[in-house]
Design a protein around this ligand. Structure first.
Ligand code: F6P
Length: 336
């Protein structure tokens, strides 16, 4: 058997001449690593790459330029996206999409790689349906809320960033014997909140997927006190009804306990990507180019325990990736 270490990759035979890549929606650490991987894998396969700036609004305006391997040097470790990103409104109209499609045709682009979340995949979906342009997506969002991939690019870094903040807040919570409510990102999904709660040893966690009542929290705070706990960390996903503010207000109002709220906000979207995000982005960027060569379109390229996966765009937003109920149960058990 050939050793995997000596097996050199060979360029494939295909008909692609030029592809485009853009980042869209909320930025996520690791997007740069994904851009780099797309540009370099494509170049390896003899395909030119056009970078589109500012997502779909840049595509609408024709804000594009050729990118070579040296243009993506020294970015794998950087947060944000060198291509810039936007939440486009022009793209919501058929006329806006037609202009973008025309720019791709003018630039002789055969296919597009969209790096973003479900909003961005909607954009790619319409481009394919209305204009027959081949599009593949890469999951780039800190929320980890896309069906079809175990993890999204940026998620691991966001969890680390939030966790560092929780660790620091715990020091001051313990010193002052206070309750700290910490709101983390996650508009529709509680993946960040649950991981941060378990890793940060939180007393309670509130998820958008939850029906949990504040009354349960008040009871559990009372029990905590009776068990000798003098401070508490409560993690709330921003998508939980009322958010962190609602939970903090309820605690103060109902118990009079000295409570502080910290909203971590956009700090979770920035910073140098951790190794897991860089590796995921690199692998998926390369897989996106291979998928296009193989004739795939209208799919998100993801990774699960079964390897690289191809999920139709519609499924990525129609099907739900649930938070782990097991982990939730575990969080509850360990917070006694
Ligand atoms: O990209 C996902 C996300 O960070 C969500 O967690 C958050 O709700 C939203 O984006 C914030 O978006 P904006 O940067 O447009 O305020």
């Amino acid at each position: 058997m050939t050793s995997p270490h000596t097996e050199l990759p060979q360029p494939q035979i295909h008909s692609l001449r030029r592809i485009a890549v853009l980042t869209s929606g909320g930025d996520a650490p690791g997007m740069n690593a994904a851009i780099r991987a797309v540009v370099r894998a494509a170049t390896f396969q003899g395909i030119e790459v056009v970078g589109v700036r500012r997502g779909f609004s840049g595509l609408h305006r024709g804000d594009m330029r050729l990118l070579g391997p040296r243009d993506v040097a020294n970015i794998i470790q950087r947060g944000g996206t060198m291509l810039l990103t936007a939440r486009s409104t022009t793209w919501r109209t058929p006329e806006g999409r037609a202009r973008g499609a025309q720019h791709l045709k003018d630039w002789n682009v055969d296919a597009l790689v969209v790096i973003g979340g479900d909003g961005s995949f909607h954009g790619g979906y319409f481009l394919e349906q209305e204009h027959g342009i081949k599009v593949v997506g890469l999951p780039g969002t800190i929320d980890n809320d896309l069906y079809g991939t175990d993890h999204t690019i940026g998620y691991f870094t966001a969890v680390e960033t939030a966790l560092h903040a929780v660790d620091k807040l715990r020091d001051t919570a313990a010193s002052h014997e206070r309750v700290f409510v910490i709101e983390v990102m996650g508009r529709h999904a509680g993946h960040i909140a649950l991981d941060v709660a378990v890793a940060g040893g939180a007393e309670e966690v509130f998820l958008p997927e939850d029906e949990k009542d504040i009354a349960d929290l008040l009871t559990s705070l009372k029990h905590s006190e009776a068990r000798g706990k003098s401070s508490s960390i409560i993690i709330v996903a921003e998508g939980y009804p009322g958010g962190g503010q609602g939970v903090a207000d309820a605690i103060s109002r109902e118990t009079g306990v000295d409570t502080r709220l910290t909203v971590l906000g956009h700090i979770q979207r920035g910073g140098s990507p951790v190794s897991s995000d860089r590796v995921l982005a690199s692998r998926l960027g390369e897989a996106a180019v291979s998928a296009l060569i193989a004739g795939q379109s209208g799919v998100m390229v993801g990774r699960t325990s079964n390897g690289i996966t191809y999920t139709p765009f519609q499924e990525t937003w129609e099907k739900r990736k649930d938070v782990s109920r097991d982990l939730y149960r575990c969080a509850k058990m360990l917070s006694i």
